[in-house]
Design a protein around this ligand. Structure first.
Ligand SMILES: Cc1cc2nc3c(=O)[nH]c(=O)nc-3n(C[C@H](O)[C@H](O)[C@H](O)COP(=O)(O)O)c2cc1C
Length: 207
Protein backbone atom coordinates (compact mmCIF):
# COMPACT_ATOMS: atom_id res chain seq x y z
CA UNK A 1 0.00 0.00 0.00
CA UNK A 2 1.24 3.49 -0.70
CA UNK A 3 1.08 6.05 2.11
CA UNK A 4 -1.89 8.40 1.80
CA UNK A 5 -0.43 11.72 0.72
CA UNK A 6 -1.57 14.53 2.98
CA UNK A 7 -2.79 16.72 0.16
CA UNK A 8 -5.54 19.23 0.84
CA UNK A 9 -8.69 19.07 -1.23
CA UNK A 10 -7.82 22.32 -3.01
CA UNK A 11 -4.21 21.24 -3.64
CA UNK A 12 -5.53 17.98 -5.04
CA UNK A 13 -7.83 19.86 -7.41
CA UNK A 14 -5.02 22.17 -8.51
CA UNK A 15 -2.38 19.52 -9.12
CA UNK A 16 -4.02 16.23 -10.14
CA UNK A 17 -2.92 15.67 -13.72
CA UNK A 18 -3.10 12.77 -16.12
CA UNK A 19 -0.50 10.20 -15.03
CA UNK A 20 0.51 7.77 -17.79
CA UNK A 21 3.78 6.35 -16.41
CA UNK A 22 3.36 3.63 -13.81
CA UNK A 23 5.75 1.42 -11.91
CA UNK A 24 5.01 -2.31 -12.02
CA UNK A 25 3.71 -2.19 -8.43
CA UNK A 26 0.16 -3.45 -8.04
CA UNK A 27 -2.66 -1.47 -6.45
CA UNK A 28 -3.67 -3.51 -3.38
CA UNK A 29 -7.32 -4.55 -3.06
CA UNK A 30 -7.97 -2.34 -0.03
CA UNK A 31 -6.73 0.78 -1.83
CA UNK A 32 -8.63 -0.04 -4.99
CA UNK A 33 -11.78 -0.64 -2.97
CA UNK A 34 -11.34 2.72 -1.25
CA UNK A 35 -10.78 4.50 -4.58
CA UNK A 36 -13.96 2.97 -5.99
CA UNK A 37 -15.94 3.74 -2.84
CA UNK A 38 -14.98 7.39 -3.12
CA UNK A 39 -15.75 7.38 -6.85
CA UNK A 40 -19.23 6.14 -6.01
CA UNK A 41 -19.84 9.10 -3.66
CA UNK A 42 -20.16 11.33 -6.75
CA UNK A 43 -23.45 13.03 -7.56
CA UNK A 44 -25.75 11.89 -10.37
CA UNK A 45 -29.13 12.97 -11.72
CA UNK A 46 -31.89 12.05 -9.22
CA UNK A 47 -29.19 10.11 -7.37
CA UNK A 48 -29.78 7.20 -9.75
CA UNK A 49 -26.07 6.27 -9.63
CA UNK A 50 -26.01 4.78 -13.13
CA UNK A 51 -22.22 4.39 -13.10
CA UNK A 52 -20.63 0.91 -13.05
CA UNK A 53 -16.92 0.18 -12.76
CA UNK A 54 -15.57 -2.84 -14.59
CA UNK A 55 -12.10 -3.49 -13.15
CA UNK A 56 -9.48 -5.23 -15.28
CA UNK A 57 -6.37 -6.50 -13.54
CA UNK A 58 -4.87 -9.97 -13.85
CA UNK A 59 -7.69 -12.36 -14.68
CA UNK A 60 -7.74 -14.29 -17.96
CA UNK A 61 -10.46 -12.11 -19.46
CA UNK A 62 -8.77 -8.99 -18.09
CA UNK A 63 -5.56 -9.96 -19.88
CA UNK A 64 -7.46 -10.51 -23.13
CA UNK A 65 -9.26 -7.17 -22.69
CA UNK A 66 -5.96 -5.41 -22.03
CA UNK A 67 -4.57 -6.87 -25.26
CA UNK A 68 -7.56 -5.56 -27.20
CA UNK A 69 -7.26 -2.20 -25.49
CA UNK A 70 -3.49 -2.07 -26.05
CA UNK A 71 -4.01 -2.33 -29.80
CA UNK A 72 -6.77 0.29 -29.70
CA UNK A 73 -4.63 2.68 -27.63
CA UNK A 74 -1.65 2.28 -29.98
CA UNK A 75 -3.90 2.97 -32.97
CA UNK A 76 -5.54 5.91 -31.13
CA UNK A 77 -2.24 7.58 -30.25
CA UNK A 78 -0.77 6.95 -33.69
CA UNK A 79 -3.78 8.58 -35.38
CA UNK A 80 -3.73 11.54 -32.97
CA UNK A 81 0.02 12.00 -33.32
CA UNK A 82 -0.30 12.18 -37.10
CA UNK A 83 -3.48 14.28 -37.16
CA UNK A 84 -2.25 16.83 -34.59
CA UNK A 85 1.33 16.85 -35.91
CA UNK A 86 3.09 16.13 -32.60
CA UNK A 87 6.84 16.72 -32.80
CA UNK A 88 9.28 14.62 -30.78
CA UNK A 89 8.92 15.80 -27.17
CA UNK A 90 8.74 14.51 -23.61
CA UNK A 91 4.97 14.40 -23.96
CA UNK A 92 5.09 12.40 -27.18
CA UNK A 93 7.62 9.99 -25.62
CA UNK A 94 5.46 9.51 -22.58
CA UNK A 95 2.39 8.86 -24.74
CA UNK A 96 4.29 6.33 -26.81
CA UNK A 97 5.51 4.56 -23.70
CA UNK A 98 1.99 4.61 -22.26
CA UNK A 99 0.47 2.84 -25.24
CA UNK A 100 3.45 0.52 -25.81
CA UNK A 101 3.21 -0.75 -22.23
CA UNK A 102 -0.56 -0.70 -22.05
CA UNK A 103 -0.85 -4.43 -21.26
CA UNK A 104 1.33 -3.88 -18.13
CA UNK A 105 -0.94 -1.13 -16.78
CA UNK A 106 -1.67 -2.26 -13.21
CA UNK A 107 -5.38 -1.37 -13.21
CA UNK A 108 -7.71 -0.55 -16.08
CA UNK A 109 -11.26 0.48 -15.24
CA UNK A 110 -14.03 0.64 -17.81
CA UNK A 111 -16.49 3.17 -16.45
CA UNK A 112 -19.95 2.38 -17.78
CA UNK A 113 -23.29 4.09 -17.54
CA UNK A 114 -26.46 2.04 -17.35
CA UNK A 115 -28.96 3.90 -19.50
CA UNK A 116 -32.45 4.35 -18.15
CA UNK A 117 -33.69 6.44 -21.08
CA UNK A 118 -32.72 7.11 -24.68
CA UNK A 119 -29.16 8.35 -25.17
CA UNK A 120 -28.98 12.08 -24.51
CA UNK A 121 -26.13 14.55 -24.91
CA UNK A 122 -26.27 15.11 -21.14
CA UNK A 123 -26.06 11.55 -19.91
CA UNK A 124 -22.33 11.90 -19.28
CA UNK A 125 -23.20 14.37 -16.54
CA UNK A 126 -24.15 11.39 -14.36
CA UNK A 127 -20.93 9.45 -14.89
CA UNK A 128 -18.01 11.89 -15.30
CA UNK A 129 -18.22 13.34 -11.77
CA UNK A 130 -17.59 9.75 -10.58
CA UNK A 131 -14.59 9.52 -12.90
CA UNK A 132 -13.08 12.67 -11.44
CA UNK A 133 -13.80 11.48 -7.88
CA UNK A 134 -12.00 8.26 -8.79
CA UNK A 135 -8.92 10.12 -10.03
CA UNK A 136 -8.85 12.40 -6.99
CA UNK A 137 -9.26 9.48 -4.57
CA UNK A 138 -6.42 7.69 -6.35
CA UNK A 139 -4.31 10.79 -5.93
CA UNK A 140 -5.10 11.00 -2.22
CA UNK A 141 -3.90 7.40 -1.76
CA UNK A 142 -0.66 7.95 -3.67
CA UNK A 143 -1.71 6.65 -7.09
CA UNK A 144 -2.12 8.34 -10.44
CA UNK A 145 -4.38 7.78 -13.41
CA UNK A 146 -5.64 8.97 -16.76
CA UNK A 147 -9.14 9.16 -18.17
CA UNK A 148 -9.15 8.07 -21.80
CA UNK A 149 -11.49 7.35 -24.69
CA UNK A 150 -9.39 5.06 -26.88
CA UNK A 151 -11.40 2.02 -25.73
CA UNK A 152 -14.06 3.06 -28.23
CA UNK A 153 -12.00 1.55 -31.07
CA UNK A 154 -12.68 -1.92 -29.66
CA UNK A 155 -16.03 -1.35 -28.00
CA UNK A 156 -17.83 -4.18 -29.79
CA UNK A 157 -15.05 -6.68 -28.97
CA UNK A 158 -15.00 -5.58 -25.30
CA UNK A 159 -18.77 -5.96 -25.03
CA UNK A 160 -18.59 -9.49 -26.30
CA UNK A 161 -15.54 -10.52 -24.26
CA UNK A 162 -16.73 -9.00 -20.97
CA UNK A 163 -20.48 -9.52 -21.35
CA UNK A 164 -21.31 -5.81 -21.22
CA UNK A 165 -25.03 -5.40 -21.97
CA UNK A 166 -26.37 -3.12 -24.65
CA UNK A 167 -27.96 -0.72 -22.16
CA UNK A 168 -24.57 0.05 -20.60
CA UNK A 169 -22.61 2.80 -22.37
CA UNK A 170 -18.82 2.59 -22.18
CA UNK A 171 -18.22 6.13 -20.95
CA UNK A 172 -14.50 6.07 -20.15
CA UNK A 173 -11.46 3.88 -19.74
CA UNK A 174 -9.35 4.89 -16.73
CA UNK A 175 -5.83 3.58 -16.19
CA UNK A 176 -4.30 3.58 -12.71
CA UNK A 177 -1.06 2.74 -11.01
CA UNK A 178 1.77 3.96 -8.83
CA UNK A 179 3.16 7.01 -10.63
CA UNK A 180 6.74 7.06 -11.81
CA UNK A 181 6.81 10.84 -11.79
CA UNK A 182 5.03 13.48 -9.78
CA UNK A 183 1.75 15.32 -10.04
CA UNK A 184 0.97 18.95 -10.98
CA UNK A 185 0.89 21.86 -11.29
CA UNK A 186 -1.39 21.56 -14.29
CA UNK A 187 -1.33 23.92 -17.24
CA UNK A 188 -4.65 25.62 -17.79
CA UNK A 189 -5.93 28.78 -19.45
CA UNK A 190 -5.94 31.96 -17.36
CA UNK A 191 -9.13 32.36 -15.37
CA UNK A 192 -10.25 35.50 -17.19
CA UNK A 193 -10.40 33.54 -20.43
CA UNK A 194 -12.90 31.07 -19.05
CA UNK A 195 -14.98 33.12 -16.61
CA UNK A 196 -17.46 35.79 -17.74
CA UNK A 197 -19.41 38.11 -15.48
CA UNK A 198 -22.98 39.19 -16.11
CA UNK A 199 -22.94 38.54 -19.88
CA UNK A 200 -21.10 36.32 -22.33
CA UNK A 201 -17.63 37.72 -23.01
CA UNK A 202 -17.80 40.32 -20.24
CA UNK A 203 -14.59 40.30 -18.20
CA UNK A 204 -14.87 39.59 -14.49
CA UNK A 205 -12.70 42.30 -12.96
CA UNK A 206 -12.93 40.69 -9.48
CA UNK A 207 -10.82 37.77 -10.62
C1 LIG B 1 -13.09 13.62 -21.97
C2 LIG B 1 -11.61 13.31 -21.88
C3 LIG B 1 -11.05 12.46 -22.83
C4 LIG B 1 -9.68 12.14 -22.76
N1 LIG B 1 -9.18 11.23 -23.64
C5 LIG B 1 -7.89 10.84 -23.52
C6 LIG B 1 -7.38 9.79 -24.34
O1 LIG B 1 -8.08 9.20 -25.15
N2 LIG B 1 -6.08 9.44 -24.18
C7 LIG B 1 -5.27 10.05 -23.26
O2 LIG B 1 -4.10 9.66 -23.16
N3 LIG B 1 -5.72 11.04 -22.44
C8 LIG B 1 -7.01 11.45 -22.55
N4 LIG B 1 -7.52 12.41 -21.71
C9 LIG B 1 -6.63 13.10 -20.75
C10 LIG B 1 -6.33 14.52 -21.24
O3 LIG B 1 -5.48 14.45 -22.36
C11 LIG B 1 -5.68 15.36 -20.14
O4 LIG B 1 -6.54 15.41 -19.02
C12 LIG B 1 -5.43 16.78 -20.62
O5 LIG B 1 -4.55 16.79 -21.70
C13 LIG B 1 -4.86 17.66 -19.54
O6 LIG B 1 -3.64 17.12 -19.12
P1 LIG B 1 -3.29 17.04 -17.57
O7 LIG B 1 -4.49 16.40 -16.92
O8 LIG B 1 -2.06 16.19 -17.50
O9 LIG B 1 -3.07 18.42 -17.09
C14 LIG B 1 -8.86 12.73 -21.76
C15 LIG B 1 -9.45 13.58 -20.80
C16 LIG B 1 -10.80 13.85 -20.84
C17 LIG B 1 -11.41 14.73 -19.76
Amino acid sequence: MTEPTAVSLLDGLATTRAIRRYTDDPVPDADLASILWHAGRAPSGSNRQPFRFLVLRNGERAAAAKRLLGDAFRAGWSAKRDADGYRPSRFADSMQRYVDRFEQTPVVILVCLVRYRNPSPYEGASVYPACQNLLLAARALGYGGALTMWHLGVEAELRELLGIPEEAALSACITLGVPEGGHGPVQRKPLDEVVFDDAWGRRADWL
